[in-house]
Each structure stands twice: as structure tokens, then as C-alpha cells.
Ligand binder design. Structure first.
Ligand code: PLP
Length: 381
């Protein structure tokens, strides 16, 4: 082996450098066996394989690649992003405290509110645009977990991970970063001091809108990590072999996909920043974005494929613009090769903090001119 660590592009393209010595095949097979046999003496053929609720050849291949990308000590793959995130929060004990951002992935926020109430875990929210507020909330009472999502859905605030880690550690808490939108390519939270990274692998990691999956990566295999492993083993939230195989396949082109999505998003953000009928483009790559400086500091290689646009004329006009789009697909989710658009306030319903003149775009890897043209005709009406 060459001594130096492989770069992300190589880790992804080679995805574990699989080679079957028996057949020469360069792509791993799918191993669907739920149980693993013992020999005549009762010994397992492989000491690590007994039963597939928590042991999966295909999932382990994916975990190894993600773990290397994030410079972690270990990674666990789950059957969805929500399964992964909720398992991490379930490592908290009654009476402990989690601090989370006011603006974050909507379903996780909703789950946190009911779970923490039901299980006696203290939950407090901070304003992700305000470092002073984050510090005050963390200091207000003994805190165990600080949750950061960056850039955050759907306004793309960028939180300074290094500062958040310092803050968390100063009170003996641990930092989790939801890095779904940054991907393991643009930001590496563990290298900035985070203790755990979470990804909805449904998004950029898989990238083809055909697998639901989640991952947690840890800086150290500490006691919280052991609890998380136990939760997955006992609750069985592991990703299935076929989905794991598809995810590994999808990941092999992530660097190319993310590079193109970042390029397209930047072009669209610049094109529409001062466009008639546009109130505001929210994209961390724009100098006008309030957290642009932090984004420059902690994102490298691009500012992601997610952006939001606020339009003149309020809810009705905005809904009409969305209705006129022909190339963008009107659907939730993000991180796929095809561009999607969503009216978040409409989807989230009553109580949503998202302005109703905002459309959220997941920019894909199409020809950017086609996307710009589509948006232009939709705005002009
Ligand atoms: C999609 C998403 C999740 C939840 O992941 P699922 O795979 O849908 O369960 C969590 N956080 C962010 C930022 C997401 O985009």
C-alpha cells in the first residue's frame, strides 16, 4: 500500500476497491442471508456473523467508505436518516438536555418535540443565525448534546462548526452535526471538532432518489457510541442488503455529482440574485448571504446544491411560479441528479416558520442553461 491517505474522489470511485479473488469480479455481490451457519463443532464460520438484524456484509462496505470520507473512527448505517438521527438522540437519558436549532429539518424537529416531552429529556432551541444566543441557550442549564445543521433547511444558514464544538466542549457536552446538505465532500465536521456527524444518505450520498438511508459517524468509539450501536442492534434499524448495495453504487460518483450541483446552484444564484420579480436568493455562496464568511471558512469545493428563492407578490404569485416550472420536478427531498422544487410553507403547513413567498430548490446536474431558462419563463408568466 502507498502510505498516504486516499483523497475523497479516490475513496468514492473505488468504493473499497473490491476484488473477488475467486472470480475476479470487481463489483461486490449482494449478500441477503439473514442467518449464518456454524460448523460441526458449533463454531461460527465468521465470528462477526450470526444474524442479519445488526450484521450486514453490504452495509459494512458502505460504512467503511463513509467512515473514511469523514475521517471517523466508526460509522453505522440505518434504514433512514430519521432512524439514524433518532437513534442518536435516544442515547440521551431522562433528565439530560439537548439543544437544537430553531431552523432545522422539519420532521426531526417535530419528532424531537414529542419525544423529549414523552421521555423527560430537556429540549431547548437556539437561533442558528446568532452565536450569542446559541451560547446563552447552551449555558442556561447543563447540556449533553448540541445539535447543529449546516447549511440549514430551507434558508441555508451556515453555523460555525469549530465554534459550536468549542462551546459544547466547554460545558462538557458533545456536538452533533447534520451534514446532509454539505456532504462529506464540502465540509468535514469531525476535523472541525464535532463528535458525531449525521447524514441522510437518501440525499447526496446516494444521489439518485431511489434509496432511503441514514448514517452516523463518530470521532471516537465512546460510551454514547456504544449505546447507539446497541440501539441499532436491538431495534434493528439497519439498512437492508439491496439498499446498501445500491447506496454504494450511487456513492461512487458523488464527487462528480456534487461538483456539478454546486456549479449549477452558484450559476442560478448569481443569475437570479438581482432578477426582476425576485425578492431574495438565499445561497451561502453569494456574498450577500449573511453567513457567507463562515461558509467560505468551513466549506471547500463549493457551497452545495441547495438554494431558496423568495419572490415578489407573496404566496399566490410564488405558487403560480412553481406551477409553471416544466423542467424542475415538484417534489420534496434533495440531493438527487434531477432538479426539484418545493413550496416549503405549503408542505409544512400551519406553524411553519418558512416565509410563504419562498421556493426551495434542489439543484441537479442538468445543463444549467436549461434550468435558468425554465425559471425565467416561470417568473415571466
Ligand atoms: C432528509 C433529511 C433528513 C431525514 O432523512 P431521511 O433519510 O428522509 O429519513 C434529516 N436531515 C436533513 C437535513 C435532511 O435533508
Amino acid at each position: 500500500m502507498m502510505g498516504k491517505k486516499n483523497k475523497a474522489e479516490t475513496i468514492l470511485a473505488q468504493a473499497g476497491h473490491y476484488l473477488d479473488k475467486a472470480t475476479g469480479s470487481v463489483v461486490p455481490p449482494i449478500q441477503p442471508s439473514t442467518t449464518f451457519a456454524r460448523d460441526e463443532q458449533g463454531a461460527l464460520y465468521d465470528a462477526n456473523r450470526i444474524y442479519a438484524r445488526d450484521q450486514s456484509v453490504n452495509a459494512e462496505m458502505v460504512e467503511a467508505v463513509i467512515c473514511e470520507l469523514e475521517s471517523g473512527e466508526a460509522c453505522k448505517l440505518f434504514a433512514s436518516g430519521m432512524a439514524a438521527a433518532t437513534a442518536l438522540v435516544q442515547t440521551l437519558r431522562p433528565g439530560e438536555r439537548i439543544v437544537a436549532p430553531k431552523v432545522m429539518y422539519w420532521s426531526l424537529r417535530a419528532w424531537l418535540i414529542s419525544f423529549c416531552q414523552d421521555w423527560g429529556i430537556e429540549l431547548a432551541f437556539y437561533d442558528p443565525c446568532d452565536e450569542v444566543d446559541m451560547a446563552q441557550v447552551v449555558h442556561a442549564s447543563p447540556t449533553h448534546l448540541l445539535w447543529v445543521e449546516t447549511p440549514a433547511n430551507p434558508t441555508w444558514e451556515v453555523v460555525d462548526i469549530a465554534k459550536a464544538a468549542e462551546l459544547a466542549h466547554s460545558v462538557g457536552a458533545q456536538l452533533v452535526t447534520d451534514s446532509t446538505v454539505s456532504t462529506p465532500l464540502l465540509t468535514r465536521p469531525l476535523e472541525l471538532g464535532a463528535d458525531y456527524v449525521f447524514h441522510s444518505a437518501t440525499k447526496y450520498l446516494n444521489g439518485h432518489s431511489d434509496v432511503v438511508a441514514g448514517a452516523v459517524i463518530t470521532a471516537k468509539q465512546d460510551t454514547r457510541w456504544e449505546r447507539l450501536c446497541k440501539i441499532r442492534a436491538q431495534q434493528g434499524g439497519i439498512l437492508g442488503p439491496f439498499e446498501s448495495w445500491l447506496l454504494l453504487r450511487g456513492m461512487r460518483t458523488m464527487h462528480i455529482r456534487v461538483e456539478r450541483a454546486c456549479y449549477n446552484a452558484m450559476e442560478i444564484a448569481r443569475h437570479f440574485a438581482d432578477y426582476p420579480g425576485v425578492l431574495e436568493v438565499l445561497y451561502p455562496g453569494l456574498v450577500s448571504h449573511p453567513n457567507h464568511e463562515t461558509a467560505v471558512k468551513q466549506m471547500s469545493g463549493g457551497f452545495g446544491g441547495m438554494l431558496s428563492i423568495r419572490f415578489d407578490g407573496g404566496r399566490e404569485q410564488t405558487a403560480q411560479i412553481m406551477g409553471r416550472l416544466k423542467r424542475f420536478v415538484r417534489a420534496t427531498s434533495l440531493g438527487g441528479v434531477e432538479s426539484l422544487v418545493e413550496h416549503r410553507a405549503l408542505v409544512e403547513g400551519e406553524g411553519s416558520p418558512v416565509p410563504d413567498d419562498l421556493l426551495r430548490f434542489s439543484i441537479g446536474i442538468e445543463a444549467v442553461q436549461d434550468l435558468i431558462e425554465d425559471l425565467e419563463q416561470a417568473i415571466k408568466g
